[in-house]
Design a protein. Structure first.
Ligand code: MN
Length: 272
């Protein structure tokens, strides 16, 4: 909790670009939308300057949710081999396929950054893992199953932060996010007192806060179905999109983009 992993500054005179996705939710993912963002990134940024951040809730893990009515009884029945493990395997395959696909857009897997969201964190909750026999535990170890060490992927747990430092802009913290409701921008700012980008709420938002230099809080939208079955058709304020982060040694600039009618719009509503 609250651990920080620094992402190195670009070398003098260079700009680094990061495409940040969050809340893809595996089988609810808008994969065509992901492709659109990758195409745009490829068109605008040379490969050596490209980085990709997967900022949590990339998979959904619904079968380990305590809200799932069957979860407790299936856990009690130790339904690992015929339920939990096959469900997990399907999502892990999806996640590994995604990483492989993204690998084509960067020069090395160490340019793909992974943070865990609250959905992935379900795999590590004591209520589940303490009741999981030792022999089955590796199946739910995301760091192991995504080959993070072998691939050299920078990887952080839920509620930890990647940190980009800048000489003149406020530093930018990157995390999946924890707060919802109407005051999440302020509450995420209060956690770090600097600029921050998070997902979690599936909303597109931005607000500046007092500081020297001024701090900006960015809420990255989701890139998954806006009307998933678990919402039961209820109205929401979600948005689809992803963010581009450009940084030099001095400055960090974040552009939250949204999808409208399958087109990518920047934060001014221009088609990009
Ligand atoms: Mn979340």
């Amino acid at each position: 909790m609250d651990k920080r992993t620094i992402i190195d500054k670009p070398s003098v005179g260079k700009t680094e670009s990061y495409l940040l996705f969050s809340d893809l939710h595996s089988f609810d993912c808008d994969i065509k939308g992901v492709q659109k963002f990758l195409d745009l990134f490829k068109k605008n940024v040379p490969k050596v300057r490209r980085n990709i951040i997967l900022n949590g809730d990339i998979i959904d893990v619904p079968y380990l949710s305590t809200h799932d009515s069957r979860f407790k009884s299936l856990l009690k029945a130790q339904a690992f081999e015929d339920h939990f493990i096959p469900e997990m395997d399907a999502e892990i395959d999806w996640y590994n396929d995604l990483i492989e696909k993204l690998g084509e857009y960067v020069t090395d897997y160490n340019k793909i950054f992974i943070t865990l969201g609250n959905h992935e964190e379900r795999c590590t909750r004591p209520g589940f893992i303490n009741k999981t026999p030792h022999m089955y535990r590796p199946s739910f170890d995301l760091e192991y199953r995504l080959h993070v060490k072998k691939r050299g992927i920078p990887f952080i747990d839920y509620n930890d932060y990647f940190l980009m430092k800048a000489n003149r802009s406020a530093n930018l913290e990157i995390t999946h996010g924890t707060h919802c409701g109407t005051t999440h921008l302020k509450r995420h700012f209060d956690d770090v007192h600097t600029s921050i980008i998070y997902g979690h709420t599936h909303q597109a938002a931005m607000q500046t806060f007092k500081g020297t230099p001024t701090c900006t809080v960015y809420n990255n939208p989701c890139l998954s179905n806006l009307d998933p079955s678990y919402m039961g058709g209820r109205i929401n304020n979600w948005a689809k999109g992803a963010s581009f982060i450009n940084r030099t040694r001095d400055h960090i600039f974040v552009n939250i983009c949204q999808m409208q009618d399958n087109e990518i719009l920047d934060q001014y509503g221009n088609r990009v």
